[in-house]
Design a protein around this ligand. Structure first.
Ligand code: PEP
Length: 251
């Protein structure tokens, strides 16, 4: 019912040249994505070239962030107008590295999500607890308030698609993965939240991705969980063979 979705977040990695090499190898590794949506979020500098390389393929382009204004004196920000122009389909908002290092709050994340929708980009809203939160038994409180803040004013019934990524901060780039039980538990709670906030139809159709040290060796077990609809992959998405294996494991 929900089409699996594998998204690679390259963060601040890969030049234009490296991105094009990756795209060429990915096309050889994976002739077709089958019943799986696949997207890559490269650095902004590689969006255009990768978009061209993805023409006539089943791979989609995602932005790592989006600003809420369309243009103006906002040094280093990027607007939906530009992202749309280069062919983006998705925009990640609220990644924990943005929250941790660049002062993003639920309020700014929410403004970015609104901007994505305004430009017909599908937001991938990231939520997740730190180790301190988990150890203090506050995992759900944190995620619930990130969902509440991030989704404020957004009518999920008027959007055709909206993606949520559960990324426990302690599992990002650390090699530690949440156990399938830990991940599935939070995904189930997010699904319940959507059910209560927006109704069963929306809860049933919204894809919830897991992110946090996903690799070929753990992806199959995670991806078969009933409420895990795909993965947001960081480190392993830089390796084309591993990324292709994760996509294959999603079938
Ligand atoms: C991420 O950055 O979204 C991520 C999940 O990274 P990693 O796979 O490297 O943990």
């Amino acid at each position: 019912m929900r089409k699996p979705f594998i998204a690679g977040n390259w963060k601040m990695n890969n030049t234009v040249e490296e991105s094009l090499k990756f795209a060429a190898t990915l096309a050889v590794e994976l002739k077709a994505t089958g019943q799986i949506d696949v997207a890559i979020a490269p650095p902004f500098t590689a969006l255009y070239s990768l978009g061209v390389a993805f023409t006539d393929t089943e791979f989609d382009l995602a932005a790592q962030n989006i600003f809420w204004e369309d243009s103006g004196a906002y040094t280093a920000e990027i607007s939906g107008v530009f992202l749309k122009e280069v062919g983006c389909k998705y925009a990640i908002v609220g990644h924990s590295e943005r929250r941790q290092y660049f002062g993003e709050t639920d309020e700014t994340v929410n403004k970015r999500a609104h901007a994505a929708l305004k430009h017909d980009l599908i937001p991938i809203l990231c939520v997740g607890e730190t180790l301190e939160h988990r150890e203090a038994g506050k995992t759900w409180n944190v995620i619930e308030s990130q969902l509440e803040g991030g989704l404020k004013g957004i009518d999920l019934s008027s959007t055709t698609d909206f993606v949520i990524a559960y990324e426990p901060v302690w599992a990002i780039g650390t090699g530690k993965t949440a156990s399938t039980a830990q991940a599935e538990e939070v995904h189930g709670l997010i699904r319940n939240y959507l059910n209560e906030a927006s109704g069963k139809e929306i809860a049933d159709r919204t894809r919830i991705l897991y992110g946090g040290s996903v690799k070929p060796s753990n992806s199959r077990e995670l991806l078969v969980q009933p409420n895990i609809d795909g993965a947001l992959v960081g480190g392993a998405a830089l390796d084309v063979v591993q990324f292709a294996d994760i996509i294959r494991n999603a079938h």
